[in-house]
Design a protein around this ligand. Structure first.
Ligand SMILES: [Zn+2]
Length: 126
């Protein structure tokens, strides 16, 4: 169970960046487990999102349990995003972050932000 305080869900809100990915660091300095993705942060539009695979770890948002697929983070905004796996009977669909995302609260200090990144690393899968 990934214990992150989710603030809201976002539908069809996250797009691919039009920026050159070469201008971003390949590895997030706060946590090497996260690597660069092609998604742009929909809050600041100034950073790409960094990604880590979690594959099936559960989390709770508004009393409902979600099966997570990937975690993402924006180091400018100090927030965490998550993409989910939707289960329908025996069908599993990995929804892209662009169609559905959970968004965490904003962590107010670097220390708090780094703590939550360190915490998430134990759920890394592959
Ligand atoms: Zn951002």
């Amino acid at each position: 169970m990934i214990d992150i305080s989710w603030k809201q869900s976002l539908q069809n809100a996250i797009k691919n960046t039009s920026k050159n990915l070469m201008q971003f660091d390949e590895v997030l300095s706060y946590s090497p487990a996260y690597y660069i993705s092609s998604y742009e942060c929909p809050i600041c539009y100034n950073s790409v999102l960094y990604k880590m695979r979690v594959r099936g770890a559960n989390t709770v948002f508004k009393g409902q349990t979600y099966s997570l697929f990937n975690l993402f983070t924006c180091p400018e905004c100090k927030v965490i995003y998550a993409s989910i796996t939707e289960t329908n009977l025996n069908n599993f669909t990995n929804l892209p972050l662009s169609s559905f995302a959970l968004l965490s609260e904003k962590y107010s200090t670097i220390r708090e932000y780094k703590n939550v990144l360190d915490y998430t690393v134990r759920f890394q899968q592959g």
